[in-house]
Design a protein around this ligand. Structure first.
Ligand code: C5P
Length: 214
């Protein structure tokens, strides 16, 4: 039995108290991964952005809003865990300044300066212990496999799940599972719960079993 932390859903970056940047992530892939991990007997902590999907009751859920909050909550959960699966779609940009009161329309266009948010999986993979493993997802529209392999190495992860943009806010997924070093382990397609079970079985075989004696 392993303790697995799973990030899930989108994050929000506020411009002012009522407006925010976000994306269409539903949290459905995250919820399917949580269920699959529980079904294989693992302990699960989910760190989730705002979603309407429900997580299984046996999982501990930590709710967050922003990417920075997701990083801090995941850092805490991962410090005592064996592995991390980054299935969230955190906002990559945040406004440099968040207005404390609602921006008023003046009839003129406005310019908002955005800066990059921290990368959760890359930050935590960079300081993981030898016994810990990190799995990332990659969603690309072109050069899908190549970009996933580049991302796997750049983020120093142990495995990457490459999927196409149709996965967003959909019931189905179509993924390629790639191990550190570039070995293509499998291609899985179908409803997200089925794909999630396939992914967890590969994580069990190639990461949990391998790290058990570290
Ligand atoms: O670089 P890109 O966003 O395509 O990478 C996707 C992977 O990185 C996913 O596993 C996602 O959960 C993770 N990620 C993250 N923190 C971010 C952006 C992405 O952990 N700020």
């Amino acid at each position: 039995m392993a303790h697995i932390v799973i990030t899930s859903g989108p994050t929000r970056q506020y411009l002012d108290p009522v407006r925010y940047l976000t994306n269409a992530s539903s949290g459905r892939m995250g919820a399917s991964l949580v269920q699959a991990a529980l079904d294989l007997g693992h302990q699960v902590t989910v760190v989730s952005g705002p979603v309407s999907v429900e997580y299984p009751q046996q999982a501990k859920v930590v709710w967050v809003t922003t990417t920075q909050e997701m990083l801090e909550a995941t850092r805490i959960a991962f410090s005592t865990a064996d592995g991390l699966i980054g299935s969230a779609a955190p906002c990559d940009y945040m406004p440099e300044h968040v207005q404390t009161s609602k921006l008023q329309k003046t009839g003129n266009d406005i310019t908002i300066h955005l800066k990059e948010t921290p990368d959760i999986v890359a930050t935590l993979a960079a300081s993981k212990l030898p016994k810990q493993w990190v799995v990332a997802f990659a969603l690309e529209t072109e050069d899908v496999r190549f970009r996933a392999i580049v991302k796997l190495s750049r983020k120093a992860c142990d495995m990457i799940i490459s999927n196409s943009a149709q996965a967003m806010n959909s019931q189905e997924n179509n993924v390629e599972v790639i191990l550190k070093g570039g070995t293509i382990l499998d291609q899985l397609h179908g409803p997200k719960p089925l794909v999630a079970h396939g992914i967890l079985r590969l994580i069990d075989k190639h990461l949990i079993a391998q790290h058990a004696n570290t």
